[in-house]
Design a protein around this ligand. Sequence first.
Ligand SMILES: C[S@@+](CC[C@H](N)C(=O)[O-])C[C@H]1O[C@@H](n2cnc3c(N)ncnc32)[C@H](O)[C@@H]1O
Length: 297
Amino acid sequence: MNIKQILEKIITLLNQNNIEQATLKAKILLSNCLNISKEQLIVYDNKQVEENKLKEINSKIEQLIKGKPIQYITNKQEFMGMDFYVDENVLIPQPDTEILVENAIELLKNNYINSKNNVKVLDLCTGSGCIAISLLKLMQEQINNLKNNLCKSITVTSTDISDNALLVAKQNAKKNNIENNIKFINSNMFENIKDKFHLIVSNPPYIETQEIKFLSKEVQNEPKLALDGGIDGLKFYKIIAEESYKYLEENGYIIVEIGYNQKEDVINLFKKTKKYTNIKCKKDLANNDRIIIAKKV
Ligand SMILES: C[S@@+](CC[C@H](N)C(=O)[O-])C[C@H]1O[C@@H](n2cnc3c(N)ncnc32)[C@H](O)[C@@H]1O
């Protein structure tokens, strides 16, 4: 069979099994198996595919039909324009989370780049490391491009309770050439954290335990540890609101990602402690409430 025939076969199979975005997923899967770009699938559509490749393709189609996310099959996801390795040990980085990184960069640029020698950031619940690594890489570019800024370096501490997630995050730090300025710590929330930071960022698990079984088959293939936010989905925000200020420098900031319906609850958790000011919510591109930003009093 040639590339064109195989591509058509995959699209038909995925459509028959009600897989969303069948054409796109078929192209991603086939280009990944053949190690060529999606565009090259068209250019070389007459090329014959070897028998052993066909076996691999069939096995990956089966996995996709069973509900395995395409990103776990190709071990790839793009985030903030960078490539990340992903597997079943980590949440697949979501485009919605980019708003957190964009706001973190703006905040660091406006508040610290001209006033601090070394800026310290903590990423709690780092998973694949997508927040920590993209933030660090983009801030390093800023620092190198700015003349006369005081800031000489930025260091990030990334934590997770899962050793397997931390291994993935370390791999991603290496892949993006920033392993010298990032430290990884296995920690149940703040348990093993000793330092203080100018900024804490976190995308903690925030799905209500009871809701997980209603999520799509694909999302249910992601680690429960990365999804389960306890009975009310707020378990980790309670810890973050109660503990963060102890790990923030004076006037330090915290930014957390939230679920679309958690704005009031999370703002109230921060307000209740009386340790934060300027508490505000920002929306994502789909106009859903997505992040809460607060400043240590
Ligand atoms: C929603 S995922 C976020 C991953 C990544 N930051 C992102 O935005 O794609 C939450 C992460 O929290 C970690 N986690 C769960 N419970 C934790 C705990 N008690 N302490 C620290 N990390 C925890 C999970 O292993 C998972 O990697």
